[in-house]
Design a protein around this ligand. Structure first.
Ligand code: MG
Length: 309
């Protein structure tokens, strides 16, 4: 599993005086100067795994390739600055793919003021592979880590969840603006973007914070797409199951003190994007669901994990 490998890696990455935060969060933090810290993240998309060029234009792939990295910067409350890209192009039709990829990247870069700083273009007898490295900087609010949630903090989420396969997984908007605004408005204790599934990514933020999390299932915002998919697949997962475990929502999960959370939920400062309180961080490790009687029972974290052995 990818998570096992990352745990192995974290034991072995040597410390470095300018590495403030290494593998294991949404992005790394390097100290480059006195004023601002540099936030770096890389993502890789592979044809046949992450997208299908029969169904999706290379332009949308290019857009997504940058958007997933920007989503990680959003999870760190970092302001995006620049990006570099590496592509492995299939030899046949590679030039046209490269042009369309660039158009998608450039559109997304323009939206968020990201400099297209460089890249590397290879060709091979394989499928299209594209990797974007995004570079950002922390703001006066400081970086938002996975590790800062405290028992008693509320769990706030942006937007709604599930069914991203119907389109949102390609055309989502990284929550950069929302993250910067919220970090400016109040002290966010911890954050993560939902790339692999709401329950799985929530369990990650809880684990990094050495606490647990209790979800009130009736409060989970379920997307129309999750409801639509459940209608299409009568024997498949329920809309709530999809909201908890489908990947690639690219929304944010935030840990916020209760008074700040109540204020944010009532003020809705990033409307029309909805902020919802779905539960709380608790002292007991693990992921929990609250029951009608006011107790809690374990909830299995589910979502997408890359598998290899
Ligand atoms: Mg992430």
């Amino acid at each position: 599993l990818e998570s096992d490998f990352i745990a192995w890696l974290r034991q072995r990455v040597p410390p470095h005086p300018q590495l403030l935060l290494g593998p294991g969060d949404d992005a790394a933090i390097l100290r480059l100067g006195d004023r601002a810290d540099c936030v770096v993240t890389v993502d890789l998309l592979t044809e046949g795994v992450d997208f299908d060029l029969q169904a999706v234009s290379a332009r949308r792939v290019g857009r997504k390739a940058l958007a997933v990295s920007l989503s990680d910067l959003a999870a760190m409350a970092a302001r995006p600055v620049g990006m570099v890209v590496a592509v492995a192009l299939p030899r046949r039709g590679g030039r046209q793919l490269a042009i369309e990829l660039f158009e998608g990247l450039a559109e997304m870069a323009g939206r968020y003021g990201v400099a297209i700083a460089g890249g590397d273009t290879n060709s091979w007898d394989g499928p299209l592979v594209v990797s974007v490295t995004a570079i950002g900087q922390t703001t006066a609010a400081g970086p938002l880590l996975r590790s800062g949630a405290k028992p008693g903090d509320r769990i706030l989420v942006t937007g709604d969840f599930g069914g991203s396969i119907l389109g949102k997984h390609l055309d989502f908007e990284p929550r950069i603006n929302e993250s910067l605004l919220l970090a400016d408005r109040c002290r966010l204790h911890a954050g993560i973007d939902v790339s692999d599934g709401l329950s799985l990514d929530l369990s990650r933020i809880a684990a990094e914070s050495r606490c647990g999390a209790t979800i009130e299932l009736s409060r989970v915002p379920i997307s129309l797409a999750a409801q639509e998919l459940a209608r299409q697949e009568a024997d498949g997962p329920t809309p709530l199951d999809r909201a908890l475990s489908d990947g690639e929502d690219f929304e944010l999960i935030l840990a916020v003190a209760p008074d700040d959370a109540a204020r944010l939920v009532s003020e809705q400062p990033v409307a029309p994007l909805q902020l919802t309180d779905i539960g709380e961080f608790v002292a007991e490790l693990g992921l929990w669901q609250s029951t009608a009687g006011g107790n809690r029972e374990p909830l299995e974290p589910r979502g997408w994990e890359h598998r290899f052995d």
